[in-house]
Design a protein around this ligand. Structure first.
Ligand SMILES: *Cc1c(COP(=O)(O)O)cnc(C)c1O
Length: 389
């Protein structure tokens, strides 16, 4: 066994639970569960220098991932995406060290593959027999792909107005797709009904402990790709916040293993003006975010009116000295164009949002010319062709 997983711990009440069976939320307080590892054992099992010879995907960090039997696991190979130093774009905007972590190169075209690959492999290992997810976009496709590879039935619930590409991907990958009249929250209710009636395993964001484990590998990769010096600022398009919370967790784990020091990037959450619950809560000094009424944006990954991990996102933003920014849909698309014309990367609107935020923060003097800044392009623009003509 290579995984150093030791137990699960509730992010709300701190209760610990055995990791040897499937869990969703904490049975006591209903908050998310987090995976904990024997980090001393992990530090003995793998040193930073050992990583260089390992596979070019996120399983290079297998000691820090929960899957026990890797040989038999359904693995698509997500991760180890390029960290691009965008010299032309940086020069145009007045940044010396502007980087893009290009997650569009993952299987199924988005970073959702990281989280779902780990969650599905672990669910299968622990005996799940059918999987379900509510999703307005990339998570559904990633889950469908992972379930297909695992040979497990996949039940996808999407809002009826979801762009056709996202739906087509799931159907082509063999998932059973149900369109729901309503929002992602209504889809979530349909999943819960299926869980009760048929015993499906619910893979909703942060409602099981392992999607965040896949997403945290972005933090490990950033550190390794930047020679173990984290950037000054990370700008992240935030929906459910799994990636941001996951990276924050990864930094903590790496420090405890002696891989990095105590310096941390300032973490920035970007949301759409039409759905910005985290930005509002951050500005108002709240610990939790209130549900955003009438959520509307072209950035499907950001159309999340309420995040169950809101307090974890807000905590990371504040502890890091970061901030939260809302961006208009029009500015996102303008930024996609600017980014594309200077880098050759066709970004998703969520990726464009990070550039729009960087421009705004530079104008405010919040970002300096010499800072090392990482933008996350979380998915491919190819799935959003309906936005262009
Ligand atoms: C899901 C998604 C996001 C938001 O990710 P979280 O980690 O849930 O905040 C951002 N961009 C894209 C393309 C997505 O699919």
């Amino acid at each position: 066994m290579v995984s150093c997983l030791s137990h699960l711990e509730c992010a709300g009440c701190g209760r610990t639970l055995p990791a040897s069976r499937l869990w969703n939320l904490c049975p006591d307080c209903g908050r998310p569960l987090l995976a904990r590892y024997d980090l001393d054992a992990a530090a003995r099992a793998v040193r930073r220098a050992d990583l260089a010879g390992r596979e070019p995907n996120m399983w290079r960090y297998r000691e820090l991932l929960p899957v026990q039997d890797l040989a038999g696991a359904p693995i698509l190979g997500a991760g180890w995406t390029p960290l691009v130093h965008t010299r032309r774009l940086g020069e145009a905007l007045g940044f010396r060290s502007l980087y893009i972590k290009d997650e569009s190169l993952n299987p199924t075209g988005s970073f959702k593959a990281r989280g779902l690959e780990v969650a599905v492999a672990r669910a299968k290992e622990l005996g799940a027999r059918a999987l379900a997810i509510p999703s307005a976009g990339n998570a559904a496709g990633a889950m469908s792909a992972c379930a297909a590879l695992a040979g497990l039935p996949a039940h996808v619930f999407m809002p009826a107005d979801v762009p056709q590409t996202f739906r087509a991907e799931c159907t082509a990958l063999g998932a059973e797709v149900t369109l729901v009249d309503g929002l992602i929250t209504d889809c979530g209710r349909r999943v819960r009904e299926g869980v009760e009636a048929h015993g499906w395993f619910d893979l909703s964001t942060l409602k099981e402990p392992y999607r965040i484990e896949g997403k945290k590998t972005m933090g490990y990769e950033l550190a390794e790709q930047m020679a173990w010096h984290l950037p000054d600022v990370i700008i992240y398009p935030t929906g459910g916040g799994t990636g941001l919370v996951g990276m924050w967790k990864a930094f903590d784990e790496m420090e405890r293993m002696g891989w990095i020091g105590s310096a941390r990037p300032r973490m920035v959450s970007v949301q759409a003006s039409g759905c910005a619950p985290i930005v509002r809560a951050f500005q108002e000094g709240q610990e939790h975010a209130e549900l955003w009424q009438g959520a509307a944006t072209i950035a499907d990954g950001l159309r999340v009116p309420a995040a169950i991990g809101d307090f974890l996102i807000l905590r990371a933003l504040r502890e890091s000295g970061g901030t939260a920014v809302a961006v208009d849909d029009g500015d996102m698309l303008e930024a996609v164009r600017l980014l594309g014309a200077h880098t050759g990367i066709f970004a998703c609107p969520e990726g464009g949002a990070t550039l729009a935020a960087a421009i705004a923060l530079k104008e405010q003097g919040w970002l300096g010319r010499d800072e090392a800044i990482v933008l996350f392009n979380t998915g491919t623009g190819l799935k959003y062709s309906h936005l262009w003509r």
